[in-house]
Ligand binder design. Structure first.
Ligand code: ADP
Ligand code: MG
Length: 334
């Protein structure tokens, strides 16, 4: 299924992002530049980026749209550096009429990529070409990121995407059911939408299971069927990795109390497990640095960042620490 404006459901949670995306698609380079979309996982960022891309392409056969995840940019850069192909790497990106880069938070901490992206950005921007970016965090929370790149990210329009409200979730379910050719009675849609409130990907996952269940048992989708599927999904969610679970697992491993991890105590026997737990929260959950800080008794996001860097460095340098991290990830089902 392709991602277009036509199959994007608009609600108050994404209204502004949708309007900005549509404006950019209709007037590339002349409406908002750059457009920066951010929001949690599964809220429709990639959907809107792809909708913009295909809309611009449809505007004329000569229109060149480059769409890629930031990870792809980094990989191509590494390979261009290796094979001495920087010239063609640069010209390839600079020929685009629109450059659409998804998940730019991936550039955090990658200095060489940031440098190259900064120059690509400037070349296109100065030529009046459209740039669209998406990230799971706003520019000021992407760390570490060079200030000059951060200010480029923020110099156009920033639109956030929130979790959709109940009515929008029900509307999305109906739309997706229609696309899949599933008959979804409204009471079943309401039940699913009530329990799956965080993001749209979850809703879709639930719907896919409903469809599979129904066809497997040669039944139509009903409230009873939805209840059965939801029970399964919610039980799986119980086992998901959360900050409190990480704290519990780490505290147990090091023989400290979970309350110590959230305390201000500075002795090494506590500070170190705390840093490990922060690092794993960063790696295994979607929480932002400030959110992680709040899970640890209101620590500052720079404290969290420092912990993440330190443990990442130790994992590379110290085999014993690498082994501990491996064991903890195993214990957390990673
Ligand atoms: P993100 O990039 O923000 O993590 P995606 O764009 O991949 O999220 O969206 C996850 C799924 O949810 C996709 O299948 C997408 O089509 C769907 N989706 C999200 N928001 C909407 C919406 N408003 N209308 C229709 N589908 C949506
Ligand atoms: Mg995405």
């Amino acid at each position: 299924m392709s991602y277009t404006f036509a199959n994007f459901v608009v609600g108050s949670s994404n209204q502004f992002a949708h309007a900005a995306a549509l404006a950019v698609a209709n007037l590339p380079g002349r409406a908002y530049n750059p457009l920066f979309l951010y929001g949690g996982v599964g809220l429709g960022k990639t959907h809107l980026l792809q909708a913009i891309g295909s809309h611009i392409t449809q505007g004329g056969p000569s229109r060149r749209v480059t769409y890629l995840p930031a990870e792809g940019f980094v990989h191509e850069l590494v390979s261009a550096l290796q094979h001495d192909r920087m010239e063609s790497f640069r010209s390839q990106y600079r020929q685009a009429d629109a450059l659409i880069v998804d998940d730019v938070q991936f550039l955090a901490g990658k200095d060489r990529s940031q440098e190259e992206f900064f120059h690509t950005f400037n070349a296109l921007y100065e030529a009046g070409k459209q740039i669209v970016l998406a990230s799971d965090k706003p520019p000021q929370e992407i760390t570490p990121l060079q200030e000059r790149l951060r200010s480029r990210f923020a110099c156009g329009v920033i639109a956030d995407m929130q979790s959709p409200d109940l009515e929008t979730r029900v509307a999305i379910l109906h739309r997706k059911a229609e696309e899949r050719g599933l008959l979804l009675p409204t009471p079943a849609a309401m039940l699913v939408a009530t329990h799956m409130s965080a993001n749209v990907r979850e809703l879709e996952g639930c719907l896919a299971r409903l469809g599979a269940y129904a066809s497997l048992h040669a039944r139509s989708i009903s409230v009873e069927l939805a209840e059965a599927v939801l029970q399964q999904v919610l039980a799986e969610r119980e086992r998901a990795v959360t900050a409190p679970r990480i704290q519990q697992t780490v505290a147990q491993h090091f023989g400290v109390k979970t309350s110590d991890l959230r305390s201000k105590k500075r002795q090494r026997t506590i500070a170190f497990p705390r840093q490990v737990a922060m690092f794993l929260c960063r790696e295994l959950t979607n929480a932002s640095l400030p959110e992680i800080g709040r899970h640890f008794g209101g620590k500052d996001h720079t404290t969290v960042l420092h912990a993440c860097r330190k443990i990442a460095g130790l994992e590379e340098a110290d085999e014993q620490i690498a082994r501990i991290l491996w064991q903890l990830r195993q214990a957390l089902g990673g």
